[in-house]
Each structure stands twice: as C-alpha cells, then as structure tokens.
Design a binder for this molecule. Structure first.
Ligand SMILES: *Cc1c(COP(=O)(O)O)cnc(C)c1O
Length: 380
C-alpha cells in the first residue's frame, strides 16, 4: 500500500497512546456511575473530579466553572442557546460572525426562528473580524456575543481580548469557540475577558464525543438537557467517564508539548511554502499572514478546482480538506471563504492542510511536492 499522509487534523486527530492507556481502566474496572453512592460510584466520581481539575487547569478555570458535554458542538449550543434563553428578558439581540463554525451559526439560526435577532459580522479578506464593526453592531438589547478564537478553515486568530474588554464594560455576555485554538495557544479564562468558552477533546488527540464549556460563575445560563442533577444541574445525563478521563490526559499532554508542537507546525508550514516556491506553481495563502493558528494552512491553487485537487491528493495518499468537514462532500462553496469575499478563482480552489502531532516535516515536504505535481499535471 502506498504511504498515506494525514493533513486533516482540524477535522479530527488520532487518540494519543497515553490517552487510550488512561481511559482503559475506566471502561473495564472503574465502571461505576459517578452519581452512585457506593464505592464503585465514589471511585468513578473521584476520578472524574480529578479529570475536571486537569481540564480546568488547561484553560486556567475553576473546576466548578467547567461543564462536560458531548463535544464542541454541544458546548457551542449550550453557550448560545443556554445563554440566550437565560437572558431573553433582558434583550433579544445576539451578535456573532459569518465565519463561525456551523455549531454556532445554526444555533443562532435556530434562535432567529424563536424570536431573537442575530447580527452576523462580516470578515475581511484575511478572515479577520473588526472590533469597530462589533462596537457599531452593539445595541441596547444586545445580550450575547459569540466570536470564535481561531477559525477552523483559514486559521485566522480573532481579537478576542479587545472585543471582550469592550463587551465586559457593557455587561454583555461573551462566548468564544476555542476548539481550534486549544492545544496550540495557551488559554486563560482568568486573563481573557470571556464568560463562556468551548473546547473539544478530539481536536487535541483525545477521544471523540467529549468536550467542555467553561461557564463563568455569574453568567446566566438555562440548561437544555433535563434529567438528573449531573454537572451541577447544568447538563443532565450520566457522564462519559472514560471520555472525560481521556480528555483530561489529552490536555495534560498538550500542555507539556505545546512549544514543541508549535515549532514543528511552523517548520511544516514553511516547508510546504518553500516547496511550492521552488516548484514555480501558482498559489496563494488564505487567511491572515501573521495572526493565524500554527496548524492550519489554507492555500488556493488558482485554476484547479478544490474537489478535483482533493480527489487527486487522496489518490496520491494525501488527506486534506476543503474547509470544515461538514461542508466537504458537497460542492457548495465554504461559508467562510464566501464571507471573506475572495475572488471566485481563489475561493473555488482553496485547500486546507492541517497539521498534527504524528506528522513530520518530511511528510509536509512530500505532501507539498505531490500537490505541486498534481497542479502541474492538471494544468497541462
Ligand atoms: C470541530 C469544531 C467544532 C465541533 O466540535 P465537535 O467536538 O466535533 O462537535 C466546533 N467549533 C470548531 C471551531 C471546530 O473546529
């Protein structure tokens, strides 16, 4: 079988061996329900609370401010819908951006159907959302703002701190989707003026199906899962114990290895760009030139359609993406690239390469070479 190179880590990542090892006992021996009062339950609860401490430490939160959920999508939905429902007597205007993940966008659209008004801020050509535009969009009845930390398609890092300070002065609840930023940027909810933050385990080499919402102590919140009193009555349902343990282990490893990972991702990016420069093919990088997540490289090869390129890359053993996993598979143009108002030729040829811990710089070079060969062949 030919060598395969996985460069789609913004879609999902492999589970780290240490994560799997940490999880195993919690599927086999410590299988108690954390809500049970007997020793099996107590053991499970103890492990879960230790995991909560570790995940909380990863984002510099207090453990009580962390709600475990089924992933980034649920954390985003909890923040947007749970926040809006709790605040609706105060006002019904929400601000977000047009480049958010669908977990935020579709949650907002759902609220629009139930009497809320949503402003979708545009992004510029680099995928940046303007602080001034946000300031102009704020109204008397604005109660909630959700702006992502780093974009999952083009990697642009947003001015969350500046936005947060402005919103905090006005008492407007601020949520950020930090699913892609987690693991590659240090995150501190004590330093960042945010009230809610979403993270997901499977984007940082943890298991799929688990994530967390940071919910500041004083932030109004209406739960959307009703049942038992788990997660301090903010999210009912027996906890995904093994998943939570694995999530915690993944955050610890990410913390230990962050500097090393960043250095490698920078070299991978540089290696790809150099290879394309040397090969003389036409390409243009999408996203912000400096303020970008280190593991995401979105690039257009004008004249070569995205779908054609992805298919050929796949045949050559290289897994890349057209943007979010949710839009790939359809021929629809990515909502992010559309919002950035890129020229058609550029938007219709965009490819996202995203790096992960098992990649090597040599792999990046080989993948870039294969991409260059395909571009040259298709243009002949
Ligand atoms: C992947 C992703 C999500 C969704 O997280 P899941 O755990 O897959 O539900 C949300 N936001 C961003 C930015 C993402 O990249």
């Amino acid at each position: 079988m030919q060598e395969r190179i996985y460069l789609d880590h913004a879609s999902t990542t492999p589970v780290h061996p240490r994560v799997l090892e940490a999880m195993y006992p919690y599927l086999t021996q410590v299988y108690g329900n954390p809500s049970s009062v007997h020793s099996y339950g107590r053991e499970a609860r103890q492990a879960m609370e230790k995991a909560r401490d570790r995940v909380a430490a990863f984002i510099d939160a207090d453990p009580q401010e962390l709600i475990f959920a089924s992933g980034g999508t649920e954390a985003d939905n909890m923040a947007i819908i749970g926040g809006a429902m709790a605040l609706r007597e105060r006002g019904r205007h929400i601000i977000t951006s047009s480049i958010e993940h669908h977990a935020v966008l579709h949650a907002c659209e759902h609220l629009e159907r139930s009497g809320f008004e949503v402003t979708y801020l545009p992004a510029d050509e680099t995928g940046m959302i303007s602080v001034d535009e946000l300031k102009r969009a704020v109204r008397e009845d604005t109660v909630l703002v959700s702006i992502m930390y780093g974009n999952n398609e083009v990697g642009t890092i947003q001015p969350i701190e500046e936005m947060g300070h402005f919103l905090r002065e006005r008492g407007i609840v601020f949520h950020t989707d930090a699913v892609q930023a987690a693991g590659v940027l240090p995150l501190s909810v004590k330093q960042l003026p945010v009230d809610m933050m979403s993270i997901s385990a499977h984007k940082i080499n943890g298991p799929k199906g688990v994530g967390a919402l940071y919910l500041g102590r004083k932030v109004p919140f209406a739960p959307h899962l009703h049942g038992g009193s788990q997660e301090r009555k903010r999210r009912a349902g027996t906890e995904n114990l093994a998943g939570i343990i694995g999530f915690a282990e993944a955050t610890v490893i990410a913390g230990e290895e962050m500097a090393e990972r960043l250095d490698k991702y920078r070299r991978m990016r540089q290696a790809m760009l150099s290879r394309w420069d040397d090969s003389g093919i036409a390409y243009v990088v999408n996203g912000h030139p400096d303020k970008h997540l280190p593991h995401i490289l979105n690039v257009s090869f004008p004249g070569v359609q995205t779908e054609t390129m992805l298919m050929n890359l796949d045949l050559a053993g290289v897994a890349a993406a057209s943007g979010s996993a949710c839009t790939s598979g359809s021929l629809e143009l990515s909502h992010v690239l559309t919002a950035m108002c890129l020229e058609d030729a550029r938007a219709q040829s965009a490819i996202r390469f995203s790096f992960g811990i098992t990649n090597t710089v040599e792999e990046a070079e080989r993948a870039a070479q294969k991409a260059a060969d395909i571009v040259r062949r298709l243009k002949r």
